[in-house]
Design a protein around this ligand. Structure first.
Ligand code: APR
Length: 242
């Protein structure tokens, strides 16, 4: 195995990578959390208190996914190309619940905060694809329990998916890239430190502006994702990294 074949890349993406495809981020001035309160729509307690309100919030966002003519942009496509062309492992961990990395063709992909395109039963855990609206009248096809189907989204206060797999990949990565995320939400915001602790990882932030944890990265490129991500991908496919 040549040197480059043994080099593994872990990529974390956030809402900023999908902004130029037409989706809102969360914490920018025009972002989702400027219009909705997290505690009303994105916690287990909110779902217990007012399931209709929570369903309506995710129905609106799911509708945008399927009827909004959303397409992956040059940044999503560049990451799919990186996975195809890089000789080592490329593991893409996204906080995004949209399906734009999937549509771009990324395969080694984990949606750590869940997916808008699926619903899950709070009673038995059965998870199924879902394109239309979800209501409190809907019944789980596996256990027949009514009113407990919920968006398959990891809410505030819940554990992100497959953390063991992510931590193992960070422990072994040679390059960690963080793209389009403000670094406000843990555990994802701590991945750069996890990667650095392995003693060999080079870390780079690609974002519109410096994130909360910007000083933790070895390198950074600031600008719109559709510009800086394809440029950086071409650079490392050509030259690797310093
Ligand atoms: N290109 C690159 N970055 C961009 C662009 C763009 N065109 N537009 C905005 N950004 C950057 C912003 O500057 C910001 O740093 O994307 C980041 C988006 O940050 P957030 O809105 O906080 O989104 P994210 O980091 O993904 O949020 C993390 O918070 O509410 C939860 O569960 C939700 O997964 C989400 C998590």
């Amino acid at each position: 195995m040549s040197k480059i074949e043994s080099k593994n890349i872990v990529i974390l993406t956030g809402a900023g990578i999908s902004k130029e495809s037409g989706l809102k981020t969360f914490r920018d001035p025009d972002g989702i959390w400027a219009q909705h309160r997290i505690e009303d729509v994105a916690t287990p307690d909110a779902f217990k208190r007012n399931p209709e309100q929570v369903q309506a919030f995710y129905n609106m966002r799911r509708d945008k996914l399927y009827t909004g003519n959303l397409e992956p942009n040059a940044a999503h496509l560049a990451l799919a190309k990186l996975e195809q062309e890089w000789p080592g492992d490329v593991f893409l961990v996204t906080q995004n619940v949209d399906n734009l990395h999937d549509k771009a063709g990324s395969k080694n992909l984990l949606h750590m905060h869940g997916e808008l395109s699926k619903v899950k039963c709070n009673a038995c855990g059965h998870t199924v694809p879902w394109e239309g609206d979800l209501s409190t009248e809907d019944v789980c096809e596996a256990c027949n329990t009514p009113a407990l189907l919920r968006p398959a989204i990891v809410w505030f206060g819940e554990m992100p998916l497959e953390m063991d797999r992510i931590m193992a990949a960070l422990t072994d990565c040679d390059l960690f890239m963080s793209i389009g995320t403000s670094g406000n939400v843990y555990p994802a915001a701590g991945f750069v430190q996890e990667a650095r602790m392995n003693g060999k990882a080079h870390t780079v932030e690609l974002n519109l502006e410096p994130s909360e944890g910007a000083s933790l990265f070895h390198d950074s490129r600031y600008g719109p994702a559709t510009e800086v991500v394809p440029q950086y991908v071409d650079e490392i496919l050509r030259d690797g990294w310093a």
